[in-house]
Design a protein around this ligand. Sequence first.
Ligand code: PMP
Length: 436
Amino acid sequence: ICSPLPHPDSIATLEKLRRCEPLSMRGMPPIVWDKAQDIYIFDKYGNKWLDWSSGVLVTNAGHAAPEICKAMIDQIQSGLIHNYVFPSEERAEAAEIIASVSPEGLKKVFLLSSGSEATECAIKLSRAHGIKVGGRSKIGIIGFTRGYHGRTLASQQAGGMAGLKAWIVNEDPAIMNAPFPDGYWTEDTSFDTFLKAIEDKGFTGDNIAGVIMESYQGVGPEFAPVEYIEKLRAWCDKYNVVLTFDEVQAGFGRTGKFWAFEHYGVTPDLICCGKGISSGMPLSAVIGREAIMDQFPPGSMTSTHTGNPVCCAAAVANIKKLLDEDLTGNAARLGPILLERCKAIQKRHPDVVGHVSSAGLVAGLQITLPGKKEPNHDLAHRIIEICYQRGLLLFAPVGAWGQTVKICPPLTVTEEALIEACDVLDGAVDDAVAGK
Ligand code: PMP
């Protein structure tokens, strides 16, 4: 499918980036994107890839969906591209449609620009609430091991990836991690372990302000057991702790439910979302209960580009498309096919595919050292490299140790295209394991 890779001109672009913006680079396949359309990515040299990254779980409604592009172009042509915090119809419509897809009781929305900004905001709101109900010492924040919430100061620390921890520059002793009870990397899934992790840090419910958790953990997707989440909800209620589900990558239909926390049957106090909210424009939101959201005066959560009218127009068109075409339903329908194909790979290679999990149209293969429960970044990387040489584009290996082959096509993918891509993955794993 692909002409000789990487193309020499792509190398020149990559070199330019390496010289000028090296910190943005990570071990991605050396493709310089030129165009994207629905489930395909193109470069300038005649290469085409089936996209199994969704631009890191962003383009749920497909790349460059015509109705979303039209909404943005119309907005640009209207002459209103930026209005700071002055009211605009687009901003009101975006807030309204986001509130309309949110659960009962969570109807207040802050529009922001990135997922990190949303989780940072949720942490700030949780602390303000904690201080209000419990005094100055109720500021503890609990995140989970191997979690990811962004790269601002507090969000980075609430995340639990080893790589992120290495870059903490201003450690806050009141932000801590409990083990994420995924059942594979952390076998112990009992809620007592959560309580013990806090006690070990010298905290109790009385001085914890908030818990922030990815609804499914990106390393997988891994869900916590339902009983664990029920106990967590009850514990938060007992101690007046704000529970935030981070839906930045899990939301907007990805898992076969509109919000991934619906799989638990438990509602949080705050939802952080971004990525799939607008299929590519920089917009994010915190959605929450009135009593928590209304603690700060109007304007105190705003920055220059939050609620930008072009981003808002994109979000409205995007959410309408997700709903009108029932793309959540498509994820739920195709999810079992994807899981079955991944399980078949694991059955052929149980030595190195330690664990497989999926929810709707997100799946992950945990690649291990042969016969051991230890991460195998090199093999994960090789599988992805072969896929890209054969026209299937996956994100660089993710997960706490770069050991996860993560699959996340746009939710507009057809059954036929999904099966075609699964065939490529099959061959790539076989060949990588054979040392090719
Ligand atoms: N939370 C989760 C679960 C994420 O996956 C991400 C981004 N990968 C973020 C927060 C941060 O979002 P952003 O990169 O837009 O700041």
